[in-house]
Write a protein that binds this ligand. Structure first.
Ligand code: PXP
Length: 245
């Protein structure tokens, strides 16, 4: 079976920082640690509302990341401009709505107008040699529309799989498998992500036609917990030493 690349999405390291508009935790530092842990790539989503990742983060990551940067972006002129200026290894086009908590569905490629705006963004990204991916729902017609648009890759939305249980989850896994097979047959690289965690990743990671996973929230969540004991003991030691004079 082909290898699976694991890209780590660090948006929520920036979410913690932005909660205080402070300078920690720094996603640039987190990227270095993620690479030490075995990340094959670093993913960040620069949202139009800048709720977590900031322009400064993307600019610094472009210099510091030793693996590759996967830049998630909406089909929005200003952010496409930045991608074309910085030339990350990969750009993944995603839908974006201001009121959503997280990316809710895949790109809508159902109308001529929507396909046209995606096509214009793809053309600009491809003109500067950025590998392109479209984040889509795992439906055959959307996979075919992505191939027609000339993207290099698709990222299949695993959110519905992650939210389902029992037989419904098995059906969602079969849906991912079928969409991935169509994508491979059409010559697309097939990625997947959203809502994957330590409990549900296994069956998706085993799908033969996939070659890249993008995982974020669960890793940042776990990092907070596995790092808590050490973080507190370091602070307790500082306080103890200060008291001891
Ligand atoms: N892939 C895409 C396109 C996303 O928008 C996100 C969330 O930002 C992810 C993967 C990662 O999802 P999660 O944080 O749930 O692992």
């Amino acid at each position: 079976m082909r290898d699976m690349r694991l890209y780590i999405n660090l948006d929520h390291v920036a979410t913690v920082r932005q909660a205080r508009r402070a300078d920690e935790p720094d996603p640039v530092h987190a990227a270095d640690l993620a690479e030490k842990g075995g990340a094959d790539g670093i993913t960040v989503h620069l949202r139009e509302d800048r709720r977590h990742i900031q322009d400064r983060d993307v600019r610094l990551l472009m210099k510091s990341v030793k693996t590759v940067v996967n830049f998630e972006l909406a089909v929005a002129g200003e952010i496409v401009d930045l991608a074309c200026e910085l030339v990350p290894f990969q750009a993944t086009l995603v839908p974006e709505r201001r009121e959503e908590v997280t990316t809710e569905g895949g790109l809508d490629l159902s109308s001529e107008a929507r396909r046209g705006s995606v096509a214009r963004a793809l053309e600009r990204l491809e003109a500067v040699d950025i590998r392109t991916a479209l984040f889509i729902d795992p439906d055959e017609h959307t996979v075919r529309a992505s191939a027609d648009l000339g993207a290099d890759a698709i990222e299949l939305h695993t959110g519905e799989y992650a939210n389902a249980s029992g037989a419904a989850r098995a059906a969602q896994l079969a849906r991912l498998q079928a969409a991935a097979a169509v994508g491979r047959d059409l010559g697309l690289a097939v990625h997947a992500g959203h809502g994957l965690n330590y409990r549900n990743v296994g069956p998706v990671a085993a799908l033969a036609d996939l070659e890249e996973l993008n995982i974020g929230h669960t890793i940042v969540s776990r990092a907070v917990l596995v790092g808590m004991e050490r973080a507190v003991s370091e602070m307790a030691e500082l306080v103890r030493k200060a008291r001891a004079g």
